[in-house]
Write a protein that binds this ligand. Structure first.
Ligand code: SAM
Length: 332
């Protein structure tokens, strides 16, 4: 059964685009094109040019109408946003005036049963935004019990991660766990939800989705790439959907936006001049009306900053020690 497609409502879209302060003649990157809500809003400022990136081929195909409407001002590129700098260079835009990201999964992806993102709809256990690489079913079939527990704990913040991993390993002995319903049923047996709490499989599904799409690694790399491609005075605006993502954005901007002192992680390094000036001391959050209209918006956070003229800080993109997709699929 396929749910009817739901039009994506761009969360904090107006605020995110306002942070970019688009101006005529400016070049902007919409790193998460989706249904094109942010791109459309940027293009509303005359004579802007937008490079829209999405790793989902259906999002790129769905944007063809807007490309036509834009009269040559919108270019869409199917790629990962961690490749943002290379994408810009290939579009003759080595330096840009703004980068906006609305990270995570789109409503269109969530609401399409065949994409396998949702525990509410039965479909193949897929979860790949790009349709390439290992699926969630592959991860659930191959990962060791210890890796599964780590994945579900780190990316899902599921306190019962060990019990869930154990239940998955027991269940897969009897045959592949191939559907969203099958996985949701396995998780529901070991994670009990009280009435009014989120569905017991919410955190496990979130974890697998983030892991399969390497979402946090992508975000870390994309922030560093944005720092390299933004002109002095160029703006970065990032909307994130949960605390794991927001923490990455917050820490990145805190590190890049501070003067004096050393890094908490690398006190031996003398701090370079700040490469960003923070525009949002506190993150912006959706108003009550936006949350009522779109309950998925409730945990959204917008952070923004303006590029200074200091050089990009190349700190080798510090990556926390979480399991990597390639290692887990190799079985090591
Ligand atoms: C929340 S939606 C964006 C919605 C968009 N702002 C709009 O107005 O319709 C996120 C989109 O980003 C894409 N995406 C997520 N991670 C990505 C990545 N690492 N590289 C490229 N696209 C990505 C997803 O495929 C999805 O279409």
């Amino acid at each position: 059964m396929t749910a009817p497609p739901v039009r994506h409502v761009p969360v904090l879209g107006r605020e995110a685009v306002a942070m970019l302060a688009p101006r005529a003649g400016g070049v902007y990157v919409d790193a998460t094109f989706g249904a094109g809500g942010y791109s459309r809003a940027i293009l509303a400022t005359a004579e802007t040019r937008v490079i829209g990136i999405d790793r989902d081929p259906t999002a790129i195909a769905g944007g063809s109408g807007l490309v036509e409407e834009s009269g040559g001002r919108l270019t869409l590129v199917e790629d990962r946003f961690s490749h943002l700098a290379a994408v810009c260079a290939a579009q003759d835009a080595a330096a840009v005036d703004g980068v906006v990201m609305d990270v995570g999964v789109s409503s269109m992806q969530l609401d399409e049963a065949d994409r396998g993102f949702s525990f509410r709809l039965d479909g193949p256990l897929d979860m790949r935004m790009s349709g390439q690489g290992p699926t969630a079913a592959d991860v659930v079939a191959r990962a060791s019990e210890a890796d599964l527990a780590d994945i579900i704990y780190i990316f899902g913040e599921e306190r019962r991660s060990r019990a869930v991993a154990r239940a998955i390993v027991m269940a897969r002995r009897h045959g592949p766990i191939a559907t969203t319903r099958a996985l949701a049923d396995i998780v529901s047996k070991v994670v009990r939800a009280k009435p009014h709490e989120i569905h017991p499989a919410t955190r496990t599904f979130q974890a697998l989705r983030i892991f399969v799409n390497e979402e946090l690694d992508e975000l870390i790399a994309a922030l560093a790439a944005a720092e390299r491609v933004l002109k002095p005075g160029g703006r970065l605006a990032v909307v994130s959907f949960h605390s794991l993502e927001d923490r990455i954005v917050k820490n990145f901007l805190a590190w890049r936006g501070k003067t004096g002192g050393g890094s908490r992680h690398r006190p031996e390094i003398e701090r370079a001049p700040p490469s960003f000036a923070i525009l949002t001391k506190r993150p912006l959050t959706p108003c009550d009306d936006e949350i009522r209209a779109n309950p998925r918006a409730r945990s959204a956070r917008l952070r923004a900053a303006e590029r200074t003229d200091a050089a990009a800080i190349d700190d080798g993109a510090e990556r926390p020690a979480w399991p990597s997709l390639a290692n887990v699929m190799r079985g090591g």
